[in-house]
Write a protein that binds this ligand. Structure first.
Ligand SMILES: Nc1nc2c(ncn2[C@@H]2O[C@H](COP(=O)(O)OP(=O)(O)O)[C@@H](O)[C@H]2O)c(=O)[nH]1
Ligand SMILES: [Mg+2]
Length: 441
């Protein structure tokens, strides 16, 4: 894990730019991965920070007026960040000092507008390698919001190896040694094993300006600086661990996603094929049955009287020709009803939209395939008696089956999943490419 060149440059970054993975690959990964794993937007953004090998980032986090800006100024030894009793830091303030990027985030408070919180959270979660969690001693115990934040920071630390240092600030404001001990004890219990760095920025300032070694020592800054240096030295290792973790998690998620998609796709294809087979087999059976029924009926009819003309005097009477035509009509209707009910059972109901006409009574698959008028035995024989006729019926009905709403919806669903699968594959490739390049960097 420590084979990464950018990670090995440790706290003092001299050749950051040359060792970072080029932005082209990072952008490619963002383009391909983000649409597939939208919930990983933050992790991906963080990963981009990691593979771009920027300077180590230290940020303060805590409620406003707890001395965060003063603390940073003392750590840097310069009045870089605005100190005030009023809410001062509204945006992220950022300063590069001795190879480390120091971030002053706005205070986190229950009454603070969303914008401030967003800046603070961005600094904390997206940019920082080390978080200085600042709490003013005079405030006593941590409130619920601070506790929740500290808890979240430590959970994140366990996951990503990012470090949090606890700073108990402004201790000079406590009335007595006794009070300090009491508060330290209470806060220590809340910090649950996290070491307290007890400091006073005011003392440090005075000691620095007056050259007073004792005051400097009592300010707590020498110890805090030592802890900070140790934490900075651990950054390369922490970054490597976090990088591997994020790649691992995202790769795993994509792998799972692709497996599920591939499985769904296979199931859909199977269903689609099975349904087509069932339709084809059923249709053939229904056509064969109807054909056999018609054949039997036609054979039982005897002489064909269809050619016998009707005269005016036959207008109200039954003639052989009329009887013949009635037989053919009824036989044909029966055949149609049987086929139609089979088709309806397979979702083949109306004509596809692009084939519909203004006369809605004609928008039926039966009419499209069979035609409107069947008058003679030869019509029925051509359609049902001859193999070629039956083949045509099978082919034409199958054509409408494939264009039915259900069938099309199924095809569309398959198309969607295929697209999703290929997007997931693309995302995997982009991530793999980024990881390969990151390892090589
Ligand atoms: N007595 C004392 N006051 C401090 C200390 N640190 C900061 N302050 C004061 O507390 C107020 C808020 O400090 P600031 O650094 O702006 O806090 P922030 O809002 O957390 O950034 C200012 O008036 C500072 O002068 C300290 O260590 N001791
Ligand atoms: Mg501030």
């Amino acid at each position: 894990m420590s084979g990464r060149r950018c990670a090995n440059t440790a706290a003092l970054h001299s050749s950051v730019k040359e060792t970072a993975v080029s932005s082209e690959w990072r952008e490619q990964a963002a383009r391909d991965v983000l649409p597939v794993l939208p919930a990983r937007a933050h992790d991906l953004a963080r990963l981009h920070r990691l593979v771009s090998c920027g300077e180590p980032v230290v940020t303060v986090i805590g409620k406003y007026n707890h001395g965060k800006s003063s603390l940073l100024n003392e750590l840097i030894g310069r009045d870089t960040f605005a100190v005030s009793d009023k809410r001062e830091t509204v945006a992220l303030a950022d300063r590069l000092h001795e190879g480390v990027r120091w971030l002053d985030a706005p205070g986190l408070d229950a009454d603070v507008g969303a914008e401030d919180d967003r800046h603070a959270l961005q600094a904390t979660w997206l940019q920082s390698d080390i978080r200085l969690f600042v709490h003013a001693a005079k405030e006593g115990e941590l409130d619920a919001r601070e506790l929740a934040l500290l808890h979240a920071l430590r959970e994140d630390g366990a996951r990503t190896a990012r470090q949090t240092l606890f700073v108990l600030s402004q201790v000079d404001q406590l009335a007595s040694e006794h009070e300090r001990e009491k508060i330290e004890q209470a806060v220590s219990a809340q910090a649950n094993g996290l070491a307290l760095n007890v400091v006073s920025s005011t003392r440090h300032r005075k000691g620095r300006e007056g050259g007073k070694a004792l005051l400097l020592e009592k300010s707590g800054f020498p110890a805090l600086n030592a802890a900070l240096r140790a934490a900075l030295a651990r950054i390369p290792q922490a970054r490597a661990q976090e990088t591997a973790l994020l790649f691992g998690e995202m790769n795993g998620e994509l792998r799972e996603l692709r497996a599920v998609q591939a499985q769904t796709l296979e199931r859909l294809h199977e269903t689609r094929e099975r349904e087509a087979e069932n339709f084809s087999r059923g249709l053939r059976a229904v056509i064969d049955k109807v054909s056999a029924d018609l054949e039997a009926m036609l054979n039982a009819l005897g002489e064909d009287h269809a050619a016998v003309p009707d005269h005016a005097k036959d207008h109200y009477g039954i003639t052989a020709g009329k009887r013949e035509r009635a037989h053919i009509q009824i036989a044909y209707s029966r055949a149609c009803i049987e086929i139609d009910s089979f088709l309806a059972g397979h979702g083949v109901i109306g004509l596809p939209a692009e084939q519909q006409t203004a006369a809605s009574s004609l928008n039926s698959v039966m009419i499209a395939v069979m035609g409107v008028s069947v008058k003679f035995r030869k019509d029925l024989r051509r359609m049902f008696g001859e193999a070629a006729g039956r083949e045509r019926l099978h082919r034409d009905f199958t054509h409408y089956f494939e264009r039915s709403d259900d069938r099309r919806a199924q095809a569309a669903r398959i198309g969607e999943i295929e697209a999703a699968l290929s997007a997931a594959e693309k995302a995997s490739n982009a991530l793999r490419e980024l990881e390969t390049r990151e390892r090589a960097a």
